[in-house]
Ligand binder design. Structure first.
Ligand SMILES: C[S@@+](CC[C@H](N)C(=O)[O-])C[C@H]1O[C@@H](n2cnc3c(N)ncnc32)[C@H](O)[C@@H]1O
Length: 186
């Protein structure tokens, strides 16, 4: 399929067994629409699926670098294929659980459309670990369905980061952003 996102036509190969294979998820679209990417950002697309968020981030950060991580090997293979399909060279796809594949690395921007099916404990762990992988001034974005309890997740973000703001909502989804502790005043 092809999707128009942030002024680019993004080509996406998908397969059975990956999230939202027929069309780009509405929550993902909300996330991509409002993601504040700077040209030289180090970005993490956590739980990348077939890679749509990471691809758009890589296009918006031509001087930066994007890591895409997923625990599902099929998603990882598709995300790699999709980087190539879109001629993306400033990104890499890594297989593994949460932040394990990027251990010791910090990011200016982390984006998460959380795996609600994996359970609340996993999603809470990803939110907690995001705090430990944000660079000074870094931003953490999380999108989710209102019906699936994203407001509760924003409360978890608030506990972990100290503050959180609702960036956008629509179509039954809400997008939240938290900042690294040192940048609360910015
Ligand atoms: C809701 S989907 C979002 C996919 C993609 N970001 C998008 O918006 O289309 C969540 C993704 O997280 C992945 N996932 C689940 N548990 C994970 C974990 N512990 N670590 C990394 N990725 C995980 C799933 O395989 C799935 O691709």
């Amino acid at each position: 399929m092809a999707a128009e996102l942030r002024g680019s036509t993004v080509r996406l190969a998908t397969e059975a067994g990956v999230f939202s294979r027929q069309r780009v998820d509405r929550g993902t679209r909300l996330l991509v629409k409002h993601l504040d990417v700077h040209a030289a950002d180090r970005v993490l697309d956590l739980g990348c699926g077939y890679g749509v968020v990471g691809i758009v981030a890589a296009l918006l950060a031509p001087e930066g670098r994007v890591a895409l991580v997923d625990i599902n090997r099929r998603a990882v293979a598709l995300a790699r294929q999709n980087l190539a399909l879109n001629g993306i060279e400033n990104a890499e796809v890594l297989h593994g659980d949460g932040f394990a594949p990027v251990h010791g690395r910090n990011f200016d921007l982390i984006a998460l459309n959380p795996p609600m099916r994996a359970g609340l404990a996993v999603v809470h762990r990803l939110i907690e670990e995001a705090r430990d992988h944000l660079a000074d001034g870094g931003r953490f974005y999380l999108v989710g369905r209102t019906r699936q309890g994203v407001v509760r997740l924003s409360q978890k973000m608030s506990q972990v980061f100290g503050q959180v703001c609702e960036v956008a909502k629509g179509g039954g989804f809400r997008l939240y952003r938290a900042r690294s502790a040192d940048s609360e005043s910015s």
